[in-house]
Unconditional design. Structure first.
Ligand SMILES: [Zn+2]
Length: 308
């Protein structure tokens, strides 16, 4: 298996207020975990800056303009109660979606079987016309549409195991049956969406978990709701909205997964990628706020993708 790993120093320059959980140290913790010798063979690539026009795959021009003018010349500005921007946030956001699109190009053009993108800001809460929940632009949604427009993918699956519901991705694909969006998440929890009855054009699949649920409930929901839907859908590409805040150490939620659960879920998705889409799998970092839980989970996820 050829795995590419994208990151960029600009991601560390997207600054959030003191004490904010979505902070540059998250990526530093991941980098440190990847210093281990088992990752010596990882193909590390510097993320390219993305084309701003690709933002329009998922958002109207008005949203792009609103974020652009919100970027301060100095200090930190807020675009939402939880979502901040600093002087380098525009470039960081463009490089986050640039890496997601480059990852799609890689798997369609044969440079890699699968790709992990360690970027910030994350994306899955960004709705068509609204930044929220630490997210400015929806990287997974843009990447899915990029696969359709540039590479002729007919059906793309976005699998979101972040502990929060990806309301933004659901919003963007609500009427679009060419994209399957499956999410496991804690409910009730921010942002409040993600009930089972929210099905959009029939290709939105929500599998809410209850506070206190752990490995068994997660795997059952993943098997019976997510994997079953994926098998029926037979995608041309699988994109993972890979948040690791369902880890038991995470301070933002009460789901008690371990890194072994992420290893298992990764393996299950790789098996489907092999069966349906010539191994094409693109994994994009979303949440994960306990540095130790995040680092060990990402390392486990990447090792699984390297092993095949
Ligand atoms: Zn999250």
């Amino acid at each position: 298996m050829t795995l590419r790993f994208y990151t960029h120093p600009i991601y560390l320059e997207h600054l959030t207020p003191e004490g904010h959980p979505e902070r540059p140290d998250r990526l530093r913790a991941i980098e440190k975990a990847l210093e281990h010798e088992v990752f010596a063979g990882l193909e590390r690539v510097e993320a390219p800056e993305g084309d701003p026009d690709t933002i329009l795959y998922a958002h109207p021009q008005s949203h792009l303009d609103r974020i652009h003018v919100a970027i301060p010349e100095e200090g930190i500005a807020r675009v939402d109660a939880d979502t901040a921007v600093s002087p380098k946030s525009w470039q960081a956001a463009l490089t986050a979606l640039g890496a997601a699109n480059a990852a799609v190009d890689d798997v369609f053009e044969g440079r890699a079987d699968n790709v992990f993108v360690a970027a910030r800001p994350p994306g899955h809460h960004a709705e068509k016309d609204r930044a929220m929940g630490f997210c400015l632009f929806n990287n997974a949604a843009i990447a899915a549409r990029h696969a359709q427009r540039k590479h002729g993918a007919e059906r793309v699956a976005v699998i979101d195991w972040d502990v929060h519901h990806g309301n933004g991705t659901q919003d963007i694909f609500w009427d679009d049956a060419s994209v399957l969006y499956c999410s496991t998440h804690q409910m009730p929890l921010y942002p409040g969406t993600g009930a089972k009855h929210e099905t959009g054009a029939g290709t939105i699949v929500n599998a809410p978990l209850s506070p206190g649920d752990g490995s068994a409930a997660f795997r059952e929901a993943f098997r019976t709701r997510v994997l079953k839907s994926l098998d029926d859908f037979a995608p041309d590409l699988i994109v993972i909205s890979a948040g690791f805040d369902a880890h038991h150490r995470d301070p933002l939620a009460e789901i008690n997964l371990t890194e072994d659960d992420f290893d298992w879920a990764t393996g299950e998705l790789m098996e489907r990628a092999g069966r349906f889409c010539d191994d094409r799998l693109v994994s994009l970092l979303e949440g994960g706020y306990d540095l130790q839980g995040l680092a060990v989970s990402v390392a486990t996820h990447i090792r699984r993708m390297m092993k095949g």
